[in-house]
Write a protein that binds this ligand. Structure first.
Ligand SMILES: NC(=O)c1ccc[n+]([C@@H]2O[C@H](COP(=O)([O-])OP(=O)(O)OC[C@H]3O[C@@H](n4cnc5c(N)ncnc54)[C@H](OP(=O)(O)O)[C@@H]3O)[C@@H](O)[C@H]2O)c1
Length: 228
């Protein structure tokens, strides 16, 4: 029997210069998938040598693109929250990613699954009193969750089978998490551990799951209402 030849999957990772996005690219290239990786400026500070060192260039499996979700052209603490600071969180975590997603959906590219990296901080049910200073971040992720759920419902009504998912990657040791907080952060993982679990979770989902919120461990986020 001839062995089955499977086509590499194609992924777009927006925000791939560091952290979880960076690790997604590494793991996906390692398994032979095709990856479009976006960074804010591909000509500047980012070290993408670890990707190219894998000899993926010849196979044409990696393409690095510029994307700053705050630029349409490119496609403190809670009590000290300023207008600009709040707006920055909303632009980065909600508006930018959703506009980026809309452009992709309108591009004509066939998209199987679109995953938004959310956070347990965006839960409207789970409120942790110690999370002082995270209100704007939490609100931006809660807004992202709602936007993605609406997007999923609208796509379903239009007969579009794109699966829209929300994913909490867990507590991950990245630059973002490298901040002083007044509480003990439990269960922190490496980006590698988080991402390998995230990939499994994403790939276990289909159109019937569109609009739902999952943890990296493939557990449904039960604290919030999900679309049926
Ligand atoms: N780490 C955790 O424990 C944790 C927990 C829950 C949820 N998350 C979520 O996971 C996602 C990834 O976080 P991370 O931990 O990997 O953070 P990170 O290490 O700080 O990396 C953030 C990435 O996002 C990119 N980025 C930031 N603003 C951007 C913009 N305007 N346009 C395009 N790219 C932009 C950064 O690019 P530059 O290098 O150009 O700045 C970088 O590649 C975030 O959505 C975060 O909220 C993380």
């Amino acid at each position: 029997m001839p062995s089955e030849i499977t086509e590499p999957k194609t992924w777009l990772i927006v925000g791939a210069s560091r952290g979880i996005g960076h690790e997604f690219v590494r793991q996906l290239l390692n398994r032979g998938d095709r990856v479009y990786a976006t960074v804010r400026n591909s000509n500047s500070k980012h070290d993408v040598s670890f990707w190219t060192a894998q000899n993926v260039d010849d196979a044409g499996l990696l393409k690095v693109l510029d994307c700053d979700v705050l630029s349409e052209a490119s496609i403190a603490r809670a009590t000290e929250l300023s207008y600009d600071n709040f707006a920055f969180h909303l632009h980065t975590n909600t508006i930018g990613p959703i506009i980026c997603a809309q452009r992709l959906l309108k591009s004509g590219i066939s998209i199987g699954t679109m995953t938004f990296i959310s956070s347990d901080s965006g839960s409207v049910q789970l409120f942790r009193e110690m999370e002082d200073g995270f209100a704007a971040y939490g609100a931006s992720k809660a807004a992202l969750n709602q936007m993605a759920r609406h997007l999923a419902a609208e796509l379903k009504r239009k007969g579009d089978s794109t699966t829209v998912l929300l994913l909490h990657p867990g507590e991950v040791k990245t630059d973002m998490a490298n901040v002083d907080v007044a509480w003990e952060v439990e269960g922190q993982m490496t980006p590698e551990e988080s991402v390998s679990a995230c990939v499994k979770t994403i790939e276990s989902k289909g159109p019937g799951d569109s609009g739902t919120f999952w943890t990296w461990e493939n557990k449904v986020w039960e604290s919030d209402v999900v679309l049926g």
